[in-house]
Design a protein around this ligand. Sequence first.
Ligand SMILES: [Zn+2]
Length: 168
Amino acid sequence: MTNDQKLEKMRYLPKWKCGNCGKEYTLENFLRLTIVKMVESDTDQQNEHGFVCDCGYRFFLDTLRIHDTIDIKTDRGYVTILVSTAFLELNHGNRDGKDVWFETMVFAGGFEDEEVEWLKCDLVHRYETKKEAIKDHDKIFNLLKMGKFKIEDYPYDEHKKVLIICDE
Ligand SMILES: [Zn+2]
């Protein structure tokens, strides 16, 4: 590989990838794909429709999402912790020349309106491959199951606590 090719690989290239066949699209090509309603009531093609890969995979709707929940005991009662791993579809930059396609995050309570106000978790892990993502997802979930976590004061907000998963 020449230096120019290396530099090209290191550069952040926004691109989309099908979660089924693996085909990659530049933004320009992505926007040319067939569109489909996200839910039956969609009427606005600009804002409410999603894109479909040549293989039939519907972006966003068909993406891989792994959700595991576990109840942990805290001094304010039990809290359901959600470990969520997803295929991102849009390349989220690169690390050491590798694309970032998968992400694991941990939510106290659940998503959005279910989230517990007082407990945060800052964990965000990103990976290139599905294999790495699933392995780490399972590891995080198992650490929670084994009680290998701690809850400490949140440095940015005195009313909140932070959940730290202990990777030891
Ligand atoms: Zn595809």
